[in-house]
Ligand binder design. Sequence first.
Ligand code: MN
Length: 227
Amino acid sequence: MSTAIPAWPQTTIPVVGGDPFPVRRIYCVGRNYAAHAREMGHDPDREAPFFFMKPFDAIVPTGATIAYPPATSDLHHEIEMVVALKSGGRDIPEADANDCIFGYAVGLDMTRRDVQGEAKKLGRPWDMGKGFDNSAPCAPIHRVEDTGIIDNATIWLEVNGKRRQESNVTHLIWSVPETIATLSTLVELKPGDLIYSGTPDGVAAVGAGDTLHGHVDGLSDLQITYA
Ligand code: MN
C-alpha cells in the first residue's frame, strides 16, 4: 500500500525458538504488589486494578545502551513480568484468560518519577511520566508451551550488581488471569498486546552509566545500560 509518508517499521520482540512477536499495544498495571503500593503511599487493600499505557515503539531490546531520557532528574526502574497475548476479546472470563497467553518476558517499566509525581499532584495524565521514548525495555519472549503458566517465580532487579528489587509473582495483588479479565472489560484485547503486570517494592533512581539486570525465574534475563 502506498502511504502519504513512509510507513514506520512494526515493533517486534524476539521469541525464544520462534518467529518475532509483533507488538500492538502495551498495557501496564499500576500498584500490583502490596509492598510497592505501600512504598508509594497507598493502601493496597482498597484499590481495584488500574491501567496505563505506553506506545508500542517504547520497546527496547535486551543488551541495548539507552540515552538518559530528557525532562527528568528522577528516572526510576520498575522490574515487571510481561505477558504477551496471542488472542484477546472483550469481557474475557477469568477462567479462560490463560488461553490468551502467548508467552512471558522480563520487562522494565521505566518511569520519570518526578514527572509522574507532578501529574499526580495536579490530577493530570501520567503519559509523559510513563510513556516516553525507550521506556519499555523487554527481554525475549518465552512461549507458554515451553514455560507453562507462570504463577510462582522469583523476580528481581540488580543495578550495577546490587539487588534493588526482589519478590515473587505469587505476590501479585491481581493475578495475570484477573488482570486480563478486568482489562478486557475496559478495552478489546487483541493478539500482539503486552501487559506489564506491575512491580515489586524497591523502586529507585538510576543514573547515567548504570547497568540494570532483571530476572524472572524460567525466562531470559534483561540487561540495559544508561549511557
Ligand atoms: Mn509499573
